[in-house]
Design a protein around this ligand. Structure first.
Ligand SMILES: NC(=O)c1ccc[n+]([C@@H]2O[C@H](COP(=O)([O-])OP(=O)(O)OC[C@H]3O[C@@H](n4cnc5c(N)ncnc54)[C@H](O)[C@@H]3O)[C@@H](O)[C@H]2O)c1
Length: 319
């Protein structure tokens, strides 16, 4: 069996090649005890990750035992009994993206292991309500004890088992939460409660859940439809004027691209909208959602028609 992955291949040799069961030590590099891995093949089969040479190393550095798993890790029967609190380290050798895997009992009580990898002052721990009572305090202690650099450790405790994500906010919250809902456990129940005009007339409807990347806007995301969208127009009472008018651009868009009658209504009722008249807002939101829902139902994945909803976005994003 062989993988065609460019970085490594996975192979299951049918024959055992070992001629001896005694590990051969190669002490040519300082402190490195490199075992010739072929000596440790299981009598029945082995899995080789062939990158460069076939080698596995174990390093004794002070009290910690270090296994360098470079491009050729062998699954073998050779085990090392480590002391409590003393990590065995497997280095994942990926050039400047290399990282260690610490393995051992009692490592949650070894703050120094985490400290060296935490950068900056703030930490967010995401866990669930089964694990939090068991380990959250220990992890927070491990992150902070003897580490004055950390100014805050926040946590998000998700319910164990089935979970619902509810986005309460504008389009930014809706898009981020929607993408998280699409990705978490390969997709969990998602509800939108939009609180800006933009989100109520546009972003909460249709299932686009995009986030930005330094290379471009909305490059990462998923089409992920919510279970429902709940729009309470009263939430617009606290919206800053600038955000209110910004959202009306999407209302106008719906009129321009496919609903001349609605556009005419807007011309007559813009003052009422700007004054946050509840009936005017409710009508504008309803009519916008009807238009968007119709387009989305005809072309959910934006193969053609849905692109008309992007009217003005190219200019808008550039500006
Ligand atoms: N998924 C889509 O189909 C889609 C469509 C259009 C826009 N978007 C995205 O939506 C985002 C813009 O959304 P937005 O215009 O809602 O901006 P936003 O989410 O940034 O919200 C604007 C500001 O208003 C605040 N706010 C939100 N609700 C409030 C309320 N009720 N009272 C007081 N303050 C409130 C927010 O905290 C924020 O500071 C962009 O990232 C855009 O890419 C997505």
């Amino acid at each position: 069996m062989a993988s065609t992955a460019s970085h490594f291949s996975l192979s299951l040799p049918t024959k055992q090649t070992a001629s001896s069961t005694t590990p051969k030590l190669n002490t040519s590099s300082s402190n490195l005890h490199c075992f010739q891995s072929s000596k440790f093949l299981s009598p029945r089969y082995s899995i080789e990750l062939n990158w460069k040479s076939v080698s596995e190393s174990s390093v004794v550095q002070g009290r910690s035992l270090k296994v360098c798993a470079n491009s050729a890790q062998i699954m073998d029967q050779f085990t090392t009994k480590a002391d409590h609190g003393v990590p065995t380290t497997v280095d994942v050798d990926l050039g400047n993206r290399s990282y260690p895997i610490y393995i051992g009992s009692g490592l949650l009580y070894k703050p120094e292991l985490l400290h060296r990898h935490v950068h900056g002052r703030r930490v967010l721990v995401v866990t669930n309500n089964t694990i939090a009572p068991l380990y959250l305090d220990k992890v927070v202690d491990s992150l902070t004890r003897g580490n004055p650099n950390i100014s805050s450790v926040e946590n998000v405790i998700l319910p164990d088992g089935s979970v619902n994500f509810v986005a309460l906010g504008g389009g930014v919250i809706g898009d981020m939460c929607g993408f998280a809902a699409a990705a978490f456990l390969r997709g969990v129940n998602f509800i939108q409660i939009p609180t800006t005009v933009m989100a109520q007339v546009d972003s909460s409807v249709g299932g686009k859940t995009w986030i930005n990347h330094p290379l471009g806007k909305n490059l990462i995301g998923a089409f992920y439809q919510p279970q429902c969208v709940l729009i309470d127009t009263d939430t617009l009472n606290t919206l800053p004027d600038r955000e209110l008018t910004s959202g009306f651009s999407e209302v106008i868009k719906h009129g321009l691209i496919r609903d001349a009658q609605f556009f005419e209504w807007q011309e007559k009722n813009m003052q009422a909208l700007m004054a946050r008249d509840p009936s005017a807002l409710a009508y504008a939101i309803k009519r916008s959602c009807e238009n968007k829902a119709e387009v989305v139902s005809l072309d959910e994945k934006e193969r053609g028609l849905r692109a008309t909803l992007n009217l003005g976005h190219t200019f808008g994003h550039a500006i």
